[in-house]
Write a protein that binds this ligand. Structure first.
Ligand code: NAP
Length: 524
């Protein structure tokens, strides 16, 4: 019994369960894994992957299958075995992208016609329709939220395929509920924070058959089962595609195989694609610097900007670099569902950062984290989740090279001078105390010490509580919050008849940017 690997291209609502579909990575066309339940509906125990996440668009998944189960209206159906699906990877290779391109249906016909449905004799054999799944990259895509006679909302996608306009219902798990939240009306992708420069892909699937008004005739509607952005590298290996969706093994179609090989070769030859970066906290003090740094960095592109402030404002315009076509959006999770991102740079707030990181990792996006205030338990949890997903995660309480050196020098000095106190000085709007840099410095000092610090006299009196600062591993830390500072720290060592002071000052937030850009580049 086979285990077949697919690139997941749909995980859509079907009654109270799901319909998953994808293109086989062996080039043999589409598969729709179905269960033995009515109409083949999948339940969460079916599409929950071995890493406990849910199947997502572009996941490479190995599915234990029983046998082909072609239906007249769904020739691509295969019965699943009651075993867990295995997530092979969340990164598309050039070969995967070539397969997707070879699977594109160009139109103007879509699944055998230009209507929003197909009809066929209820008694027909297995030859109608010839396929029930298609991948398209349409033009002029927009959405309509309408009201049915019953008062229910109806949400539809309108798009052009080589001059033919389609108007289809959407069952995509993310988009259908998002559209339902909208008032009646027409919406563009930009209304959902997606730049007009993006042209998304759609997976179209035929519905289950309904009896038509005409006796003895079945009808199946074409549904938008998934809407998602083209993967990174999609536009770097443009090549002409004449074939419709793969419905037969590519290896038996000489033309199709040739095109796949050509595209792989082209994609491999082109320079590695730009790293697509999302910035969370993009409207904050640090976030604005990060947006600027990413826009100016080579080999990177700003793909997404998230913040609660300045929502809808173009991120490039906000930082004075001109229009980028990336408006600030408010909700990270729904943006990542539709925008392809490689790295999330987070400079938000102690309350927000942990949840953002969980969302990023869940979506296979590597986090680079500057936000301070994460607890040790949270750091360990992030480490565990990133490892389980096979992606990198980078957390640094201070991205300034001078501050990193200060911490290293402090660890060295602690070997010889165990008595030490830290004074950290930051701007008055910093929310957490002590700073993440002070805590990491103290941790490094504690690890670098060979001898314990000198004990203070037992009759020491703190006349005002807190006068001696907070302590971490016997190291007092004093936090100063004053306007005028960006981020400074002094580490003062005391010894017999001498002191040694290490001091670092970030005078400008740009001091952190080389470190941030370097970390984004090392994303794995
Ligand atoms: P800030 O100016 O307050 O900016 C934070 C921004 O993030 C605010 O606009 C905030 O909006 C927004 N935000 C909050 N929750 C969010 C969420 N869930 N999704 C998206 N955006 C969200 O703070 P900052 O001065 O830039 O500092 C940010 C963090 O970076 C702090 O933790 C600071 O300690 C740290 N930092 C690190 C380094 C380093 O090198 N690692 C250097 C400097 C600062 P609202 O105000 O509406 O919540």
């Amino acid at each position: 019994m086979p285990i077949i690997e697919i690139i997941c291209l749909a995980n859509s609502r079907k009654h109270s369960g799901r319909c998953v579909a994808g293109v086989r990575t062996d080039g043999k066309g589409w598969i729709r894994p179905v269960s033995i339940m009515p109409e083949g509906v999948l339940q969460d125990r079916h599409y929950t992957l071995d890493d406990t996440s849910e199947a997502q668009i572009y996941d490479i998944i190995r599915i234990p299958l029983d046998k082909p189960n072609p239906q007249p209206h769904h020739p691509e159906d295969w019965l699943i075995r009651p075993e867990t699906w295995e997530l092979s990877s969340r990164r598309l290779t050039a070969e995967h992208i070539a397969l997707l391109k070879a699977s594109l249906t160009l139109g103007p016909t879509l699944l055998g016609g230009v209507e929003d449905r197909i009809t066929y004799p209820a008694s027909a054999g297995n030859d109608i329709p010839s396929h029930s799944l298609a991948l398209v990259q349409p033009e002029n895509l927009h959405f309509i939220v309408k009201s049915r006679k019953s008062g229910d909302k109806q949400v539809r996608v309108i798009f052009d395929l080589m001059g033919t306009q389609y108007n289809l219902a959407i069952t995509d798990m993310e988009w259908e509920p998002r559209l339902r939240l909208k008032e009646l009306g027409t919406y563009t992708l930009e209304d959902f924070g997606i730049p007009s420069s993006e042209s998304p892909l759609l997976t179209i699937s035929l519905s289950e058959p309904l009896l038509s008004e005409v006796a003895g005739e079945n009808r199946c509607y074409k549904l938008v089962a998934a809407l998602f952005l083209a993967p990174t590298g999609w536009n770097q290996s443009e090549y002409p595609i004449e074939t419709p969706a793969i419905v037969a093994p590519a290896t038996t179609k000489r033309g199709a195989k040739h095109k796949v090989e050509e595209a792989v070769a082209e994609a491999t030859e082109t320079p590695s694609s730009l790293i697509r970066v999302a910035v969370a906290g993009a409207a904050g003090r640090m976030g604005r610097e990060v947006v600027r740094a990413i826009m100016e960095a080579e080999g990177m592109t700003l793909a997404l900007a998230v913040d609660h402030q300045n929502v809808g404002v173009d991120a490039g315009e906000l930082v004075g670099l001109g229009r980028t076509g990336v408006p600030i959006v408010e909700d990270l999770a729904s943006a990542l569902a539709v925008i392809a991102v490689d790295v999330l740079v987070d400079f938000t707030l102690p309350d927000s950062v942990f949840n953002n990181l969980k969302i990023a990792i869940e979506n296979g996006v590597s986090p680079v984290v500057g936000t301070t205030g994460l607890s040790q338990e949270q750091l360990e949890e992030i480490d565990r989740r990133a490892k389980a997903k096979g992606i990198g995660a980078f957390v640094a309480p201070n991205f300034a090279i001078g501050a990193v050196l200060m911490m290293e020098f402090a660890a060295q000095a602690a070997k010889y001078m165990p008595d030490v106190e830290i004074i950290e000085l930051h701007h008055e709007k910093k929310l957490d105390s002590p700073s993440g840099t002070a805590l990491l410095t103290a941790q490094k000092i504690a690890e670098g010490r060979v001898n314990p610090p000198t004990s203070l006299p037992s009759n020491t009196v703190e006349k005002i509580e807190g006068a001696r600062g907070a302590t971490f591993s016997d190291i007092p830390i004093h936090s100063v919050r004053l306007s005028g500072f960006v981020a400074s720290q002094e580490v003062i060592f005391g010894g017999l008849g001498q002191t040694l002071t290490l001091r670092h000052d970030s005078l400008d937030r740009r001091s952190f940017m080389p470190g941030v850009v370097l970390s984004v580049g090392l994303r794995n």
